[in-house]
Design a protein around this ligand. Structure first.
Ligand code: AMP
Ligand code: GLY
Length: 416
């Protein structure tokens, strides 16, 4: 029997818990989880916040947890993995120092530069005046990024000097994201389709997942504001058989080598956000966790077990290989009215029908007397598998169309 603790409460964590619960002899707890996650057969939620490292570790000891899997980045950047390992508890995720790969864009860029990884040219700034001076002389468009965690809102693509100057004043002068935007990275603007590539690693062994594509804009045709992700498809329509190997050899392996040279042991998921530019793949960002909503699609498509690979990665015994599959899955996010600026909570969701081909993961719902209600921006993720992308899309949209509430937002072109 393997006893798992999944840390987090969103659609990604629901998918991880669901996947693990389908595997032989698994016992799955989620902290804090949600009422929607708790409704999954074989999954129990525990009312402990993702940031309460000590209480989570106490729970892991008490419940004899074999492996803790961390969903979101905030606890990792805050050092949850260090805390668990100091207590001899098995956890998948990098320690705080290596989690800076996501926690600081300047750190990530410095690692990339040192390791010779293809990425946009950049400069990091700690003070407003030199940053303003730099953009005054730089060619536009350019991209301004808050250095720290900003919940996906810390990136501005600026077409002109006026936008660049006001963004810098907002980020650095007004400290829009607090400490996270005191420092900024300013980089060259790249063009091309985006692709997500996620691996599991213990620092040496590398197990690849299928590629995927996230759709970040709110509306069809990649219009409207950026969101946390309105849907995903796996494999990415841009995937080629040679691409995975190229990404491991030219990006993942050199990154892990560079971290090791800096004395940093990396264990966990490594998410590489890429742009496929005319001159080849370039890294936009690293995340130190699984992507949301890519995970929902990846785990529904996955035909092999996930748990044993995660245990091997956490214990440093991982053999390189792949969990990739030739099957497709499409994830359609249903979002609340007003998302992303001001999502409307408390709207009653129509009953969620049973489906043999599609899954519904809860991202932001609450259980009310007469059913589930909206309780976040991204509310549900509807995910279906198919032999190809077209079939997966059809299956996902068939169920998604049946789930409604007042003001529900959904893109109709996920996976296209
Ligand atoms: P990041 O959080 O760094 O992935 O940035 C969020 C989004 O901003 C990415 O998914 C891209 O759509 C866009 N972006 C980031 N960096 C660049 C860049 N150098 N050139 C063009 N677009 C970018
Ligand atoms: N889907 C993008 C992310 O998880 O950061």
């Amino acid at each position: 029997m393997t006893r798992y603790l999944v840390v987090g409460s969103g659609g990604r964590e629901h998918a991880i818990a669901w996947k693990l619960s389908t595997e032989t002899d698994a016992v799955v707890f989620v902290a804090p989880g949600s009422a929607g996650i708790a409704a999954t057969e074989g999954v129990r939620c525990v009312d402990l916040a993702a940031t309460h490292h000590q209480a989570l570790a106490d729970f892991a000891v008490r419940e004899r947890i074999d492996l803790t899997v961390v969903g979101p980045e905030v606890p990792l950047v805050a050092g949850i993995a260090d805390h668990f390992r100091a207590r001899d508890l098995c956890i998948l995720g990098p320690g705080a120092a290596a989690a800076q790969l996501e926690g600081s864009k300047a750190f990530a860029k410095d690692v990339m530069r040192a390791a010779g990884i293809p990425t946009a040219a950049y400069q990091a700034f700690e003070d407003l005046e030199p940053a303003l001076d730099y953009v005054a002389h730089a060619a536009h468009p350019l991209v301004i990024k808050a250095d720290g965690l900003a919940g996906g809102k810390g990136v501005v693509i600026s077409d002109d000097l006026a936008t660049s100057a006001s963004t810098l004043r907002d980020f650095m002068g007004q400290r829009r994201f607090g400490e996270a935007s005191e420092r900024v990275v300013i980089e060259e603007c790249l063009t091309g389709p985006e692709l997500s590539f996620i691996v599991v690693t213990d620092g040496n062994g590398i197990v690849t997942l299928s590629t995927s594509r996230d759709h970040k804009r709110l509306r069809d045709g990649d219009r409207g504001p950026n969101t946390g992700g309105m849907g995903a498809i796996t494999p990415s329509p841009d995937a080629t058989p040679a691409l995975d190997r190229q990404l491991v050899d030219t990006i993942v392996r050199p990154t892990l080598d560079e971290l090791r040279a800096r004395g940093l042991d990396y264990r966990g998921f490594l998410y590489v956000g890429l742009m496929l530019t005319p001159t080849g793949p370039q890294v936009l960002e690293f995340n130190v966790r699984l992507g949301d909503p890519e995970t929902q699609a990846l785990l529904v498509a996955m035909e092999t077990d996930l748990g044993p690979t995660l245990v091997d990665a956490a214990t440093g015994t991982l053999q390189s290989g792949t969990l990739a599959t030739t099957r497709s899955a499409c994830c359609v996010v249903l979002a609340a009215d007003g998302y992303p600026e001001a999502p409307r909570r408390g709207e009653l969701i129509s009953p969620i029908p049973h489906s043999d081909v599609a899954h519904v993961f809860h991202a932001g719902t609450s259980a009310e007397a007469d059913g589930f209600a909206t309780a976040g921006g991204r509310v549900l993720a509807v995910v279906a598998r198919g032999d190809d992308g077209a079939e997966a899309r059809r299956n996902a949209y068939r169920l998604a169309a049946e789930i409604t509430w007042d003001g529900r937002q959904m893109r109709t072109d996920i996976g296209l």
